[in-house]
Each structure stands twice: as C-alpha cells, then as structure tokens.
Write a protein that binds this ligand. Sequence first.
Ligand SMILES: Cc1ncc(COP(=O)(O)O)c(C=O)c1O
Length: 486
Amino acid sequence: MTAHGPAMSPDEFKRNGEAVLNWIADYRADEDGHRPVQSNIDPGSIYEALPASPPLHPEPFESVMQDVDRVLRPGLTHWQSPDWFAYFPSNGAEPSVLADLLSSGMGVQGMLWATSPACTELEMRMLDWTVEALGLPEHFRFDAPGPGGGVLQDTASSAVLACMVAAREDATDGQSNIDGLAQSTGPLIAYVSTQSHSSVEKAARVCGIGSANLRLIEVDDSFAMNPDALAATLEADRAAGCRPFFICVTLGTTGTGAFDPLDVIGELAEQYECWLHVDAAMFGTAALCPEHRWMHEGVERADSWSFNPHKWMGATFDCSCLWLRDATALTNAMSINPAYLDNPATAGGEVIDYRDWHVQLGRRFRALKLWFLYRCVGLERLQSMIRHHVQLTQELVSWIDDDPDWHRVAPTPMTLACLQHRAGDQVTSAVLNSLNESGSMALTHCELDGRYTIRLSIGQWNTTISHVRAAWDRIVSAGTEFTSSS
Ligand SMILES: Cc1ncc(COP(=O)(O)O)c(C=O)c1O
C-alpha cells in the first residue's frame, strides 16, 4: 500500500462506474431533459457556482455526481438531442462512448509504436477499413503497395495544418523547417474558396504562410469554387513570381454544403504543382453509401483527404481521419528525434510512429472508437442512418419549396438546408433567435451574398421525421408571427 493509497478501490471503481454509465444512459434517453437544447445560462454563472479552491480531502462520489446535475447540467448544450439542427451534428453512438471509456481506462499513450503497439496497429487497420467503407482509392491503405496510409487526427483543423506544413516543406525542399520561411523562391501561395472553412486560413497563419498569401477564390451560383477563377489566379500569381503550393478543395462547405469540383481543380493542382488537400469533414461520411460516391470523382489526384467520423458517422468527438497518397512529405516535415524517444523498433524502421504524422507527440487510443462502432453497428446500419437523414432532408426541402414565405437559398445536395424569409433579414434572424431562446431546438446561421441565412443541418442519430416536421412547423409559425408584428 502506498502512503497516498488507491484513488478508488476496485470495488468502489466498479460501483461508481456503474453509476456513471447509468447516468450516461439516462441522459441519452431523456429527450425531454434536453430542453433547452442550447444552454441559456448567464455567462459566468457556472464559474461562480464552483468553489474557488480545490478540496483538501476526498468527497463522496455521490456528491460529485449530484453536482454534475445541479451545477453543470444547466450549462450543457445538448448536442445529442434529436432536435439538434445547429452547426453540424456531433453524433456519438453508444459503442463509441464505451470505447472512449475503455481508452481512458487503459490509459494508453500511443505516441510511438513501441509505447503501445496495439494502439498503432488497430489505428492502421481502422484507417484501412474506412478506405474500403467509403470506397476511397486503395493507395490510401497501408496494405496496398506504395507509401500511402492514414492517421487519426483530433480534428479536421489539425489535419489541414499538418498537410499544409507537409506541402510547405515539399515546396521548399525541406528547408523551411530548418531556415524558416525564407521567401527566396517568391512567396508561397495557398488557395481556397470564399466558402472554405476558417481552419484553412488558421493553418496558413500558424504555419507562417500568412493570410495575405491565402487566395480566397470566388464561388459560382451553387457556392462551389469557380475553377476558372482559380486558374486565372494561379496564373497571375505565377507570373508575378509567387510559388503556388497548396489548394484545398471542400466537399461539403460549412455554410451551404457545396461541393467544389474536385476533378477540374485536381488538374489545376497537377499543372501548377500544388499539394491537393480535400476537406470532406462533414459530408465525406455520405460515401459510406455507394450512391453518394460521385463526390470522389477526381480523388486519384488528392495528396491528402480528411473527414470527421465525429460529425455524422457516430464516433464520439474527437476522431478525424486523414489519408495521404504518399505520407513521406508529412513524416519528413513532422519527424524530430530526441534521444529519449530512441527505441529499437523505431531504429529498425519497420514500424509506424504516429508522432511523425501530426504536430503533437502524445496521442490517445482513438481507434477503439471506430473499431467498436464498426463491430457493434456494422456498415449496413451506418448506411441506413445516412440514407434516412438524406431522405428527411429531401422532405424538408419539399416543404420549404412549397412555402410562399420561405426561400431555399442554395442547392441542398446532402443534409444541410439554407433558408431565408422573403420579408428580409430582420425576420429571418428574429425567427432563429426566438427558436433558439425557446429551447425547443438548435439552429445556426451563415451569411450568403450579404443576407442573413438560417442553416438547418440534419444528422443527429435519433432525429426522426416528427422532429424535422416539428422544427419546420415552428419555423413557419415564428415567421408568420414576426411578419404580422413588423
Ligand atoms: C468543411 C469543414 N471543415 C473543417 C471543419 C473543422 O472541423 P474540426 O472541428 O474537426 O476542426 C468544419 C467544421 O464544421 C467543416 O465544416
């Protein structure tokens, strides 16, 4: 027995663990308890409700759990609610929740193959499985000949940063890591559309490219990148002595769910020797169903491909897949070998050390979440969830299009509908604010062509037609209320 004793005895651990699991199961089943869907507490109230100092002596586990309900629960926004239509979903299916718990219980740290071979090798196999599940090219698999493979990142933001660093090193023959971004070959320029996610601009800032060297390419009527505008900008930059080095294609933009034309942009990337990164964070999951694999046209030219199983697919946050057609540039850019990480397996060169595939050194056993999800749910039920959500969205689209007061702004290729009230921005924003304040559902907005636009994103695991119908009825009646009062 140590002087400090166990944090919990095995019996206490089992008893308390059961209480936690019961809490989680009850929370997830409690649809009525998910109101208000978005927490509406005053800023600072949770902070103030918590003691200013940590306890000196242990407290009963029951009182900790009571405070989860009493203090924290009012400040929870219920992402698992079937009335969740905000941002994008963050589905966390039960098998994945349990896998997360197991990962914490094992307490494994998988920075090197040697620090837990199962962590690395399950991850490699899960990335291979996911290539097959999505119908992506074989060259992303570890068991295919060639230098490709995949890795779990925490988020799509980290994935694009890692790839931009790899592309930067590729474009400067590995010199920027050593000498800094000496711009002797002319400034490095990256390209995205005006509708791309802000994480790409953040990556450009963080890795020293700078926002000034990120070109925001205009979009067409469907809010997808205009490849002619991209071609003209690439040409002008090259003529001006700049070095185009990175293009990010978004398959499913955050604002409207638009799909940039990957095949045409891929040709430009090849012509201008740019790294081609694909950000399919949300809608990449749809490719679980063969009928949605049209989005892969041109995939063979992608240097890197990322999507988030933690959005729509059912893996708990965080879990973001990234594949590289050739991982060498990434591992060259990220590899650094202090003596304290030396080990025979790394020296032998036959293992994957995932610390070389991203910025951070330490890493969790995230692959368990995918393994449990695949094994306990199976591909068929994942496909039927996707088809169900697409079907729900098509129903919603038909209601919007039949309504005289509401206008659907962008195409709805997948599960995100964008709408504006014909009476103008004031009514559209009043509807969104009143519904969010009512606690009955959660919505977010974006700005399209300078107009305030409601985004209604469908994709929570338990959302049914009655939730979508109720959401639409609430929108219509709030719209009527605000137009008659204005
Ligand atoms: C298209 C797209 N890319 C990237 C991201 C960033 O995702 P993450 O939170 O995993 O960094 C999002 C988030 O919604 C997104 O919609």
